[in-house]
Design a protein around this ligand. Sequence first.
Ligand code: ADP
Ligand code: SF4
Length: 689
Amino acid sequence: MPRASRYDLLFEPVKIGPKVAPNRFYQVPHASGMTNANPHVRAAFRGMKAEGGWGVVSTGACSVHPSSDDSPFPFASLWDEADIRSHRLTTDAVHAHGALAAVELWHGGAAAVNRTSRYAPLSPSGVPWMATHVGFMSSARPKIMDASDIRELIRWHADAAVRAEEAGFDILYVYAGMGYLPYQFLLSDYNHRTDAYGGSAENRVRLVAELIDAVREATHGRCAVALRISLQELRARPAEGAETEAHEIIGLLKDAPDLFDVKMDYSSTDCAPSRYVQEGSHEPVVDFVKAITDKPVVGVGRFTSPDTMVSMVRRGVLDLIGGARPSIADPFLPKKISEGREDEIRECIGCNICISSWHDGVWVRCTQNPSAGEEWRRGWHPETVAEDSAESAVVIGSGPAGLEAALTLARRGMQVTIAEAGSEFGGRLLWESKLPGLREWFRVVDYRLGRLLQMPNVSLFAESRLTAEDVAEFGADHVVVATGAKWTRNLCGANEIPTAPIEGLRIYTPDDIAAGTEIEGPVAVFDYDNYYMGSAIAEHLAGQGTDVTYITTAGAAQSWGVMTNEQPHVHVAFQRLGIAYRTLEIVEDFDGETLGLSQIFTAERREIPVRSLVIVGQRLGDTALYEALLDAGTPSLHLTGDAHAPGAIAHATYQAHRTSRAVGAAPADLLERRDAPFAPPGLYTEAAE
Ligand code: ADP
Ligand code: SF4
């Protein structure tokens, strides 16, 4: 289909200093969990986005010196010759598709606590950065930078810039955002210096300006220089002679870089979960920048709608459409818009499983795009699967796993039948996406169902609960069982090991609420699952006017939500909805009137009066059909998704993708590759005190 002319604007080239981006789609720097230790994995991941039409493709944070060491969180580096070779694979992969390659040169200052390199963290004034936050926690306090430290920092950036150009990068970043060192100099309440780098706004921007100059001079103006800057805190601070400090600082720097990359300050606001924050949320903070500078501006907002992107450009908010999560969920987003196939975009759902993988220290993974991170290791492509079979397959269950399995099998050329017991397709998401804030998660179903309904080799049957006999009678070559999982009524011990189910009046699981059971208040929601279900149910019930107390074995609500940036938002929602919450407790017993609790460390008994109890604890795969099929000796039988191992939706789509590639495939087609770093040339020679 030809592209709609209203989107032509998105495909105009944009000049960025000495370089020209071929279009307005700009994959801004984002964490991938891939370091210089996995150079081929990383190159294939970034190169895929260039193949999909992104005009600029950036690295994640790339350390300029060992005194900026984020371990155990994964980060890239440009410290030596081996690092240049490692990045060269990425720039070649990006250039192969006509895109520009950008590198986010990075020094974390006090926000990089150097767990491996053991340098004292550097900072403007010796103040730790968010000292109780898990990423920045350390018992070491940062060193106050003296004049020679500042000179060294500038030289490290210049040296890294030379290496970056040698590695093939076109755009070199100076990174003054997200709490990292140049940003730390910008904040008046963090930078207490009395020299030329502290005090007035002119003094506080001095380091950023000198870094930009140093990077430009080191590459003799051949590379473009971008400034990435966080504006949330600065925009909230009044200034003398300017609307806010953000206006003042952008005004002072307006001619310095070739490009402004503008963003929020904290991971939970910058990469906010869709559950609480909508598409385009950065706009009120960054909308003023273009009015001050003539340089091009890029920014993000989890944009997946081409109409929104056009509006951002037309309204003068942005020149380039930044994408991090949308580019992970669909590396081919630009190409689909370009070819008039925007209805095929695999839209990011804003679940933040991708950012959780960085917090976990592993390669990026994505709920919507199971091939993310597997481009090189398993050779998975986000859009195509080799057409290698004309056999038949029946997929039982149409949740995220069943739909993903069916789509992949159908793309392989098989005749696919989906049998779903319920009246609609979508499995757990039919109900879960109706919980507060989870509407966008239904995109997982929309994308897959949309594709499946167009495929001539796919038949879908609702209200078709299959038995083992039905499956045998059907006689498909391959059987994929994706029958999901059920929540149990099991309580747990202080070590969170599930014990026995609790019986009694008004005791429920999420499955009961999904089935429409009325819950009498006051209700206690006991959460030892610690992902979204417990807090989402608490919000759901409170939203209906029910008096809710949320109880968790952990120290904070939705403890795993720290990985997905949801936790701060959960606490805000609890306060807004009047949800009481109790931490570090387990439920011991419930007689329909009084809930018995025990503090997990002291075992002290507490009691609260409630009428109902909802337990969000253990899920078990629904394997009854699979076991019956196994007993019947069903050939080519495969269990997948939550039925195989209950987890997040990302686990279901990934597992199903993997299963369906393996169905009937030769073992030789399923081999994995193992990446390895380039050997360094020798010792890092610049070690300092
Ligand atoms: P997953 O996340 O693994 O996809 P879900 O719980 O979302 O799991 O989906 C499982 C789906 O399987 C549900 O829609 C359920 O109705 C369906 N299902 C379960 N047992 C059968 C069966 N015997 N025949 C057909 N569909 C089934
Ligand atoms: Fe979007 Fe979720 Fe994929 Fe991240 S993991 S890119 S938030 S769909």
